[in-house]
Write a protein that binds this ligand. Structure first.
Ligand code: ZN
Length: 86
């Protein structure tokens, strides 16, 4: 999101019976969304925002330096806090 204003991508699509919409190839290319890539759905007021999925820290939701620990994602800063507690 980055704090920038939302702007129309110049595309209008209809939702199908199953609630699906097709992302135009040009957008998929521009945002490097390939078949099978996970996409996260975010909401902001009246808006539904699609974002390429990146794991978030289970504790603070940060996406920075997130690593996997016992099948959970934990960021470097929470990881170091945990280490300090030991
Ligand atoms: Zn964290």
């Amino acid at each position: 999101m980055g704090g920038t204003a939302l702007k129309p991508a110049g595309v209008v699509r209809k939702v199908d019976q199953l609630g699906r919409i097709v992302l135009p190839k040009s957008l998929r290319k521009r945002y490097q969304m390939n078949e099978g890539d996970p996409v996260e759905i975010l909401v902001q007021g009246d808006h539904i925002i699609l974002e390429r999925y990146r794991p978030r820290c289970v504790f603070c939701s940060s996406m920075d330096s997130v690593g996997e620990f016992k099948e959970r994602y934990v960021c470097a800063s929470c990881m170091s806090e945990m280490k300090e507690m030991l």
